[in-house]
Design a protein around this ligand. Structure first.
Ligand SMILES: NC(=O)c1ccc[n+]([C@@H]2O[C@H](COP(=O)([O-])OP(=O)(O)OC[C@H]3O[C@@H](n4cnc5c(N)ncnc54)[C@H](OP(=O)(O)O)[C@@H]3O)[C@@H](O)[C@H]2O)c1
Length: 344
């Protein structure tokens, strides 16, 4: 009988390729915890042999006590955008504690960079969704590597975001030219191809002798945004430019329709620790603009020789056109909730 991996966040953009990689050959049984077993994402995952859907809230202890029953491993991607930094810290640590309580063999945490610390606690780098996970990473790193192994899979913006939050727009004064707009100057910023992310997660579970106690920082390529525009032109034949903007200009673009609204739609709206989109993403873009993070590409080549190695290679692989397409489940769910409200 294959042993079971419980996956938190398995129906999300990040979780789906992880579940697919873990369930690819029957070595593991995969239990996906989701609030809604009837969602399109959950129904699709349920068709994969070895995957079972477990309905309940990942941020509710009685559900977790049931979901952990009979499990040997955990992959946890908590959703800081939904619950806010404070709750993300709590639940990251609580998931570790429950994993020990239930005698799990290996705990794998989907980490992000601790931007504030990397930036010497200059408030210009504070980013709720990075710092929350970064603090949990520190907590995990202070734990022993036995009796339970732990690993951290630290990522960055999804390359698929080039079709959503990072997508180009036609230049209003020259619609034949696509414009990639970001407030990061000439910085080179990492992006990760999600299918490879899933393969790294699989490697962590399969290779405990190397992955126990390891924080693996993954990305496809660190790339300057002018080079994203060049790759786009090479792949599609369409003209493209990169436009560097200030943070104020960026927030006026409408990428976040309400930049001063609070992030954390499932949190207590009166929680004063919640960030606004403007606060959170100012810290976020400042972090990438000042190139505060690093990855070891030689190690990634060794772990996953078949990995996609550049943004251009990814564009060719997926037939990228720059047209918008949906990436985040949360955005899809919010859009449905919004249109239901409008209809009422
Ligand atoms: N966007 C990026 O480029 C990027 C890059 C690296 C890391 N991340 C991190 O990934 C996390 C989000 O995961 P994702 O990118 O896979 O997002 P996503 O596609 O929007 O999926 C959201 C996931 O969160 C789960 N969830 C649990 N409780 C939720 C709640 N109350 N409200 C909304 N969703 C809830 C959803 O499960 P059900 O709906 O099935 O219950 C689903 O699995 C965030 O912490 C973010 O910081 C994002």
């Amino acid at each position: 009988m294959p042993e079971t991996i419980l996956v938190i966040g398995g129906t999300g953009a990040q979780g789906v390729p992880v579940v697919k990689a873990l369930a690819s050959d029957g070595k593991y049984a995969v239990r996906v915890l989701t609030r809604t077993a009837s969602s399109q994402e959950a129904k699709e995952l349920a068709t994969i042999p070895g995957v079972t859907i477990f309905e309940g809230d990942s941020y509710y202890e009685p559900t977790l006590l049931k979901a952990f029953d009979g499990v040997s491993y955990l992959f946890a991607n908590t959703n800081g955008f939904a619950i806010g930094e404070k709750a993300e810290i709590y639940w990251g640590i609580r998931l570790y504690e429950l994993s020990r309580q239930f005698g799990l063999k290996h705990f794998v945490y989907a980490g992000l960079e601790y931007a504030s610390r990397l930036g010497n606690f200059n408030p210009k780098y504070r980013t709720g969704h990075l710092d929350g996970k970064g603090k949990v990473v520190d907590y995990i790193k202070s734990q022993p590597t036995e009796p339970m192994a732990w690993s951290i899979l630290t990522s960055c913006l999804y390359i698929e975001g080039l079709s959503e939050i990072l997508r180009p727009f036609p230049n209003p004064i020259d619609p034949d030219t696509m414009v990639f707009v970001l407030p990061i100057g000439n910085a080179r910023m990492p992006l990760i191809y999600l299918e490879d992310y899933g393969s790294y997660a699989r490697w962590l579970f399969d290779t405990t002798d190397r992955s126990n106690g390891l924080e693996l920082h993954v990305a496809t390529e660190d790339i300057a945004w002018k080079d994203v525009a060049t790759a786009y032109t090479e792949v599609t034949g369409r003209k493209a430019i990169y436009k560097d903007v200030t943070l104020d200009e960026y927030f006026n673009l409408g990428i976040f329709p309400q930049p001063d609204a609070k992030i954390g739609h499932s949190a207590d709206r009166n929680d004063p620790t919640l960030f606004t989109f403007r606060e959170n993403f100012s810290g976020f873009w400042n972090t990438w603009k000042d190139e505060l993070t690093k990855r070891d590409y030689a190690l990634l080549d060794e772990i996953l020789p078949s990995r996609v190695k550049s943004v251009k290679e990814w564009m060719l692989k997926v037939g990228y056109t720059g047209e918008p397409s949906s990436v985040l489940k949360d955005y899809r769910d919010q859009a449905v909730a919004g249109s239901k409200q409008e209809a009422q």
